[in-house]
Design a protein around this ligand. Structure first.
Ligand code: PAP
Length: 331
């Protein structure tokens, strides 16, 4: 069965959900947004509105979503490598489904990873759920902070993997992404403006540091339930990081697969060059062009954007916020 879905009617359902929840969030503290007009502070974190991943879809998800113990969740802050992680996990967990087919038949050769593995926040917009009954494991991504996850995800003890990226590259990536999508409600942002908002913690699903810290702490307390790793780990050693990830998720690579080079094949299928080539054209159902999710795909691109002072300011905030944690982010 193909789990690569196209969903109809999302926009109409989003309008209904907005109407249902607007009284709860329009009175919350708000700030100017990056890709949407406004950001609202809900449960200590900034959320977009009128978007598929938004304060209203988070509220609706908290109210209605039912997790299963076999579910797998990929948690990230926007621009931390979500699209790449979706591709890697989709290809790893479903590898037997496609192993006897030509590579050209693999969904990642024709579809954006966002169409292969949905955000859990979007389930409330579906007229029918992404996964049929008894489908297992259901793979979902989320940008929600740990403390805002629906209680059923916490109670189900399902596995969660968290990919973190160094804050400076997240800032640069978000800056470029936002400017590609702005236009409807504002002029392009200057990098100085973006830096100031980021440093204040005002980014979608941020503050950056609180989001990272929330998942990191739980991964230390409950290492069999939450695996924490970085974009930089994945970039430096994709195959070994993928091996650890597959093992954690309960899909370890067998000796036969190792001998056949399956790990390397998946890493190659999901590498920046391949995914960006497949996603040169077309748009997601929500209208974002596929190419917008692929820019440089590098570690340390921030060096071309941040002044020494900006870099020092972010280092200082990171040191303060992560004080006492054994968490060192390479940049
Ligand atoms: P999202 O949260 O909106 O889905 P996300 O996928 O997390 O975005 O972030 C996009 C970043 O991941 C881009 O980084 P950049 O702006 O610094 O270049 C994008 O290039 C990078 N990216 C996407 N696919 C890959 C990949 N296969 N390998 C490495 N980096 C990737």
């Amino acid at each position: 069965m193909s789990i690569v879905n196209k969903h109809q009617g999302e926009e109409a359902n989003l309008a209904l959900i907005y109407d249902k929840y607007k009284e709860r969030f329009t009175t919350l503290q708000k700030e100017k947004g990056w890709m949407t007009e406004e950001l609202y502070k809900y449960q200590g974190f900034w959320h977009q509105s009128k978007n598929v991943v938004s304060v209203e879809t988070v509220m609706a998800t908290q109210d209605t979503f039912q997790a299963l113990p076999t579910d797998i969740y990929l948690a990230t802050l926007p621009k931390s490598g979500t699209t790449w992680l979706k591709a890697l996990v989709f290809a790893t967990v479903n590898r037997n489904m496609y192993k006897n087919k030509p590579l050209s038949a693999h969904p990642l050769k024709t579809s954006n990873p966002h169409n292969c593995l949905p955000f859990v926040e979007c389930e409330v917009l579906r007229t029918s759920p992404t996964y049929p009954d008894a489908y297992s494991p259901r793979l979902f991504a989320t940008h929600m902070p740990y403390t805002s996850l629906p209680q059923s995800i916490i109670d189900s003890h399902c596995r969660i993997i968290y990919m973190c990226r160094n804050p400076k590259d997240v800032l640069v990536s978000l800056f470029h992404f936002a400017n590609k999508l702005r236009g409807k409600f504002g002029d392009v942002m200057t990098f100085k403006e973006a830096f100031e908002m980021f440093a204040k913690g005002v980014i979608p699903n941020g503050p950056y540091w609180d989001h990272v810290k929330g998942y990191y702490k739980i991964s230390i307390e409950q290492p069999t339930r939450i695996m924490f790793f970085t974009y930089e780990d994945m970039k430096t050693d994709t195959t070994n990081t993928l091996r650890c990830l597959a093992k954690f998720l309960g899909y370890p690579f067998t000796e036969e697969e190792e001998a056949k080079g399956t790990v390397e094949e998946i890493a190659k299928l999901c590498c920046f060059e391949n995914l960006s080539e497949v996603n040169k054209h077309g748009t997601l159902s929500i209208g974002i062009p596929n190419y917008a999710f692929f820019r440089e795909g590098k570690v340390g691109d921030w060096r071309k954007h941040l002044t020494i002072e900006m870099s020092q300011t972010l280092d200082q905030i990171t040191n303060e916020k992560f004080h006492g944690l054994d968490l060192v982010l390479t940049d």
